[in-house]
Each structure stands twice: as structure tokens, then as C-alpha cells.
Design a protein around this ligand. Structure first.
Ligand code: SAM
Length: 309
């Protein structure tokens, strides 16, 4: 059977019929403006009710809380109508959201106008131009990068590195094509309908994401199997050894600085382990143990004689 013979999926709703008119920035902007007009809530998250949409952002907000000081500043890239931002307002001093769509921003401003420390920005779709260097403690981006060309994602990574304070955290997520459930989503977009009506959707592997994130300057300190990334702004780019050992990241250029750093980190951890073992052995030595017992006994005797005086 040819692919063109099969009965294929046809969209039933106006939202599902949305398509990119072209690959340029203006087409992406028009796509998201139209999505906001047709059904902002369901274009953002696949929600059963408007109520569950409101509470669904709590999980994302709580995930960044440990890295956000109470007097800190937070930024979300691709904030939509503020599903996540609304839960950040009570956690820190300043909350900012930026989005390519003026329609999303307009609806977000209406929804969140009771929160005076939340500020929304209509962005140009590829950088963080409104913000100065080293401005934020935490930057977050969820359910956005999958819709952008990979080159634009890289621009945002570079820009995020710029606007983060030293040791600041960037948490973001992209779909993993190597995971079966997400591969299933990929096959949905492979259907002939989407050849004629392109939907902006991109899938990644962990190796690709580590390459982009570290090349933008970050230290990758957490990477889950469904590609939720926690990256930190450090002086050196690199990958935590626990991640490097778990994945196939040696696919990344050997001889690259990154690879050497990772190896150095592994050697230091090994040296540390050997030192701890040696210390343990010394403390177990009978002569050493007798010495420690004698010293403790002497201290007790001295303490008692001081109390008598
Ligand atoms: C699926 S929604 C997610 C919204 C929000 N992150 C959330 O989880 O509630 C994707 C959002 O990304 C925005 N977006 C798409 N392309 C963008 C770009 N190049 N720059 C900034 N925002 C973009 C869209 O306008 C839309 O609001």
C-alpha cells in the first residue's frame, strides 16, 4: 500500500487546521497570533478544562523555586498567556515573560494585571533584546523550543547565557525523538496533511541538545530522559560527569575542550574516592584507633579537672 493510498488524519477543529504560511519569522508570528485568537488555552496546553489550565503551571513553577532567591528576577521565553508566570509572582521580586505573539501578550496582560511584579514583553522572536546583561537569576522555557527552527533555539541559548547572572540557571525542555511516546507524536506530524499544511514542530536527541547548550557556554548539570535540561552559567562550559557517563555524549567532538573537562572531572572524582578510602584505612588502623581513644580520654580528664577547680 502506498502512503498516499491510506486514510489519513484530517483536522476537525479550527485550531488543528492552523498551519505555517512560510518559514520566515513573520509567518511564525502570524501562526501564534492566530492560535491565540482561535483558542489561546488549548493552543498552549492540551487541557481538559480552563480550570486545569490554571493549575497546570504550578509544577513548572515549583521546579525552578529552589534556584530562585526571594529578591531574585525570573524570565520566561515564550510565556504565552502566563500559565506558568502567574505562579512565580509570589516567589520572587520580579517576573518577566517574553513572547513572539502580540495577541498572546495582550491576553496575558489582561489575565495577570492583578500581579504588579509581572511584566510582559512582545519580543522579536529570536533574541532577548529588551534585557541587559546579567539581569536574571533563573530563565525558563517550556513547550516553545520545539516550535522554533534549531538555529533560533541556539540564538535564544546564547542570549539566555548573556542575560543570566553568574551561576544563574536555565531550565528548558524539548521532545526526545528517541523516546517511543514522543516518536509517536513525531509520526503524527509525518502524515501527508502536514506536508501540505506545515506545523512548526521539531524533535531532538540528548546529544544535539548538549551540543547546542554547551556551545552556547553553559554547564549542563541535569538532563532527564525526556530532555528537561538544567544548565548553569559558569565560566567553563561542560557536562556534569553523571550525565556524560549515562549517555552517549562521547559522540561530541573528541579533543574538544568539553570532552577534556569531562575527563578531568572524572579523574578528580576518582582521586577523591581513593583519598577517602585511604583516610578510612588510616582511621581503622589499631595504632591510630588507640591514639584517638587516648586523646579523647585525655580531653575528658582535662575537662573534669577544670570543673573541679
Ligand atoms: C505552546 S505555547 C507555550 C506557552 C508557555 N510556555 C506555557 O507553557 O504556558 C508556545 C508559545 O511560544 C511562543 N513562541 C513561539 N515562537 C516563539 C519565538 N520564536 N519566540 C518567542 N516566543 C515564541 C508562542 O507565541 C506561544 O505563546
Amino acid at each position: 500500500m502506498k502512503l498516499s493510498d491510506a486514510d489519513h488524519w484530517e483536522p476537525e477543529t479550527a485550531l488543528a487546521r492552523l498551519a505555517l504560511a512560510g518559514q520566515d519569522l513573520a509567518s511564525h508570528r502570524a501562526f501564534w497570533d492566530r492560535a491565540a485568537e482561535v483558542d489561546a488555552i488549548r493552543s498552549i496546553a492540551d487541557q481538559e478544562s480552563d480550570q486545569s489550565f490554571e493549575s497546570s503551571g504550578v509544577v513548572d513553577a515549583e521546579a525552578v523555586r529552589p534556584f530562585l532567591p526571594a529578591d531574585g528576577a525570573f524570565l520566561e521565553i515564550g510565556c504565552g498567556i502566563g500559565r506558568v508566570l502567574q505562579h512565580l509572582a509570589s516567589m520572587c521580586r520580579e517576573v518577566h515573560g517574553l513572547d513572539i505573539s502580540a495577541e498572546m501578550i495582550k491576553r496575558g496582560e489582561e489575565r495577570l494585571r492583578h500581579l504588579p511584579n509581572v511584566h510582559l514583553w512582545h519580543g522579536n522572536g529570536y533574541d532577548l533584546e529588551p534585557f541587559g546583561d546579567e539581569r536574571f537569576d533563573v530563565v525558563y522555557c517550556g513547550f516553545v523550543f520545539q516550535h522554533l527552527p534549531k538555529t533560533t533555539v541556539y540564538n535564544y541559548l546564547l542570549e539566555t547565557y548573556r542575560v543570566l547572572k553568574p551561576e544563574g540557571v536555565f531550565r528548558f525542555q524539548v521532545p526526545n525523538i528517541l523516546q517511543n511516546d514522543q516518536f509517536h507524536a513525531f509520526t503524527h506530524f509525518a502524515q501527508p496533511y502536514f506536508v501540505h499544511h506545515p506545523y512548526p514542530m521539531h524533535f531532538y536527541t540528548s546529544v544535539e541538545i548538549v551540543q547546542l547548550t554547551t556551545k552556547a557556554g553553559f554547564w549542563v548539570e541535569e538532563l532527564t530522559s525526556d530532555i528537561v535540561v538544567r544548565a548553569r552559567k559558569r565560566e567553563q562550559a561542560g557536562v556534569a560527569s553523571a550525565i556524560a557517563e549515562g549517555g552517549n555524549l562521547s559522540l561530541l567532538l573528541e579533543g574538544d575542550n568539553l570532552f577534556r573537562l569531562q575527563e578531568r572531572d572524572r579523574q578528580l572524582r576518582e582521586r577523591n574516592r581513593l583519598l577517602e578510602e585511604r583516610l578510612e584505612r588510616i582511621l581503622r588502623n589499631p595504632v591510630m584507633r588507640t591514639g584517638i581513644l587516648l586523646r579523647n580520654g585525655l580531653r575528658r580528664v582535662r575537662g573534669a579537672s577544670r570543673r573541679v577547680q
